[in-house]
Every structure is written in C-alpha cells, then in structure tokens.
Ligand binder design. Structure first.
Ligand code: SF4
Length: 278
C-alpha cells in the first residue's frame, strides 16, 4: 500500500535504510506545498514496519523513518518502532525522522528523553521562518514562539535536530525582514544543522493561486542570495552549527561549519552577486 505513495527524504539520508511509517501528511495545509496532496494520511501497519525491519540488512547502521511527520504517530508507537529496530537491527546506531513543531509539542519532556534513549537521534524539522507574519502566510500551523520553545525542549532531551528554513518565504521585497526574524529565532536555539532551501513556486499549490491572482510576488533568485548572506552574517551560534545550502533549490551549494567557515560561503555569495551586477 505505502509503495504507491510518494516517499520524500533529505539528501543526507540517501545511503540510509528508509522505513515508511506514515503515508501522506497529517497537516497537508501549507500554502507552498503539494508534496502529499494526493495522499490520504494514514499509518503504515505496525506488522509491515516489523517485516521491513526483519528483512533489513542486519548490519544497517542508520535508518530514516519516512512520511511527512512520523512523530505524529505518538509516543507509544514511536517507542514500539524504536524497540523493534533495536531488536532486528542491533547495529543501528541512529534513527532519524522528519518531524514538525506541532508533533514535537505533543510529547512531554520525559517522552522526548525516552525516545532519545531508545535510539531516536536526529529530527529534520521545517522551522521555515522566524517571522510570525510569514509563518501565517504559509499556514505552517506553528508560531515563532512555538518553534523556539520546542527547539529548547529537544535540546533539553538531548535530541538533535536539523532546522530547515525557506529563503524567499515572504515574497518580493521581504528578504531583510525575514532574515532578521529568522536570525533572532535561530540565535536562541541550537540546531545541529541549518538547512536552507529557496521557496519554489509549485503548480497546484495555494501559493501558486495567490500569485496568479496577483496577491503575492515571489522573491527573485538574487533576493534569495541576499537573504542567505544576511543569515550568514548575523547568525551567532554559541556552539558549532553546520550551515547547509546543498539543497538543489539553492544557487550556491555548499556546507560550512559556523562560526569558523563563515567567510568561505560569504566569499562564494559575493562572487555570484558581483557577477550578477555586471
Ligand atoms: S510542508 Fe510539510 S507539514 Fe506542510 S503540508 Fe507539506 S509535508 Fe505537510
């Protein structure tokens, strides 16, 4: 059943064993997204998850739980999946998964710690922006305050997370405002990696309908670069943090470690901006 549905996963997880846990997205309302539009949300039956783990390569070291938001299944089911993983893939040192600010907020501090101890080691979360105005425009279903609170709770539980943010999320003329608000959010938390993606206009999305009606103008590629530069210049992590622009939507694809390697990416961005001003 799940084989017929779309499976999306981060590019860093290309060599990881994929275990489908949910089909579709339980939210499915973000203005810019059509990824799971045709999939009705459901859970992959636990017996099918068990079969996949039983049939997995015994020496698998990393698995990635697929579905828009596997954490949405709740604490008991997540623990069951992690316990099955430990039983059938004893060498697996790291389970990773997508999650949302909304789903993380349904777990208590103690439950997050238990998930970490049971093997859940990395979450990929769409923070998208630090601006309530643009989060609302994109109908993300969380606020900036929610994102900061849940980021801090994950850190307390020692559950590492990568924060995905969207440059260009506010549209034309908003890069400075969005960079400022996103920087001030990220400077309060400690994601392992900040993954940037350019917001793309997808045919059939609600955002695309807004653009057709003349109610929204997308940011230009240069504005996206200016926003990325503003993020880089102003992020002030008190622990090392990777800054990853390798997603295919970005113009410059590079991964650097902040704060030490900041200048390397800034130099690349300046080079491209200078070229585009000729
Ligand atoms: S961006 Fe994520 S949470 Fe939003 S609709 Fe798409 S898959 Fe669901």
């Amino acid at each position: 059943m799940y084989k017929e549905s779309a499976i999306h996963y981060p590019q860093d997880e290309m060599t990881t064993m994929l275990i489908p846990v949910t089909i579709g997205c339980p939210w499915n309302r973000c203005t810019f997204c059509t990824m799971y539009k045709d999939d009705k949300y459901s859970l992959v039956p636990m017996e099918q998850i068990r079969q996949q783990l039983i049939n997995g390569y015994k020496y698998t070291e990393k698995i990635f739980l697929t579905g828009a938001d596997p954490l949405y299944v709740g604490f008991d089911k997540m623990m069951e999946i992690l316990e099955l993983t430990r039983a059938y893939l004893p060498y697996c040192a790291r389970v990773a998964s997508y999650a949302s600010i909304r789903s993380v907020s349904t777990y208590s501090d103690e439950e997050l710690s238990k998930l970490h101890h049971a093997g859940l080691r990395l979450l990929y979360i769409g923070f998208e922006s630090g601006s309530d105005k643009f989060l609302k425009l994109m109908n993300k279903g969380h606020t900036r305050e929610d994102a900061i609170r849940e980021g801090k709770r994950l850190e307390k539980a020692k559950l590492a997370y990568n924060a995905i943010i969207l440059t260009g999320i506010g549209g034309q003329g908003t890069w400075e405002e969005n960079a400022r608000d996103t920087v001030s959010m990220i400077n309060q938390i400690h994601p392992k990696t900040l993954i940037t993606m350019n917001l793309m206009l997808v045919e059939g999305s609600d955002l695309s309908a807004l653009v057709e009606k003349g109610e929204h103008t997308p940011a230009s590629r240069i504005e996206n670069l200016l926003e990325t530069r503003a993020l880089l210049e102003n992020l002030d992590p008190d622990k090392e943090m990777d800054f990853d622009t390798t997603h295919p939507t970005n113009i410059i694809k590079i991964k650097v470690r902040l704060p030490g390697e900041r200048e390397r990416l800034l130099g690349e961005i300046s080079r491209v901006l200078d070229k585009n001003q000729d």
